[in-house]
Design a binder for this molecule. Structure first.
Ligand SMILES: Nc1ncnc2c1ncn2[C@@H]1O[C@H](COP(=O)(O)OP(=O)(O)OP(=O)(O)O)[C@@H](O)[C@H]1O
Ligand SMILES: [Mg+2]
Length: 236
């Protein structure tokens, strides 16, 4: 598109080209079908409970402001924490989609699927070379890692997640992440009482290792979802 300004004619990308490019990025971003339409606009607030409404509205505003202000945010990334079915992945995808609409390249990965795919790529008998997956999560302009910590820990898992997070932290590449694991640093109650006595719950630090955990806090603003019934169960 050509524009006239102060007697000079200049060329700029027209909005339809930008939109076409964003649509292409979004369709190859790996966002699962269930969340392809997730947006801030279709994130509902509870109508019958003013306290719950205010708490969720405040979370929505925080994540929306992060996406609006990006990349001029105090922390480049955001970590959504809370119970299952409280809308973490919905909001994380809404943020990713709005960054894609702004022209950033976004990539979605479920944590467990990612680790399984990287592991397969190292297995010479698998016949499925997938080395690009590892490279793509290191280099993606914006990475969404969903369900962080949802994989049994082993030295290999700890090393892999530490490498990914360290690389992105050093390169100041943003990470959007979600987790439903408790963590003393989010103020979660880590004590669990059961028939066999009092135990400490498995937390995020244990699930991803202390080095990745430390960097995560350096890179991300932590947003806690308010306690709410599981949206999937349709109680709200
Ligand atoms: N406030 C909301 N408004 C509209 N849809 C919602 C809302 N909260 C959750 N949902 C929908 O409910 C389903 C479950 O939400 P989501 O997957 O975001 O939960 P989650 O917190 O990521 O859970 P988990 O910890 O199990 O991954 C999704 O289909 C999501 O779009
Ligand atoms: Mg989720």
């Amino acid at each position: 598109m050509y524009q006239e300004r102060d007697g000079l004619t200049s060329a700029s990308k027209c909005d339809c080209l930008k939109e076409g490019r964003a649509a292409e990025v979004e369709s190859s971003s790996g966002i699962p079908p269930l969340y392809r339409q997730s947006s801030f606009e279709n994130f509902n607030l509870p109508k019958d409970n003013p306290i719950a409404n205010r708490a969720l509205a405040s979370v929505l505003l925080t994540v929306r402001s992060y996406a609006r202000d990006f990349p001029n945010t105090d922390k480049r990334g955001i970590l959504l924490v809370g119970d299952p079915g409280t809308g973490k992945t919905h909001l994380a995808v809404a943020a990713l989609r709005s960054l894609i609409a702004k022209g950033f390249e976004g990539l979605f990965f479920d944590y467990k699927t990612l680790l399984d795919r990287i592991r397969t790529s190292y297995d010479p008998t698998s016949g499925q070379p997938d080395k690009e997956v590892y490279r793509s999560v290191l280099d993606a302009e914006v990475l969404l890692l969903d369900d962080l910590g949802a994989h049994r820990i082993s030295d290999w898992v700890e090393d892999t997640v530490t490498s990914i997070i360290t690389h992105r932290c050093n390169q100041q590449k943003p990470l959007i992440a979600t987790t439903n694991l408790p963590d003393a640093d989010f103020g979660s109650n880590m004590i669990e009482k059961s028939a066999i006595g009092v135990q400490t719950k498995r937390g995020l630090s244990e699930a991803i290792g202390s080095r990745a955990h430390s960097r995560l806090f350096e890179m991300c603003r932590v947003v806690r979802m308010p306690q709410a019934p599981d949206y999937r169960k349709g109680i709200r």
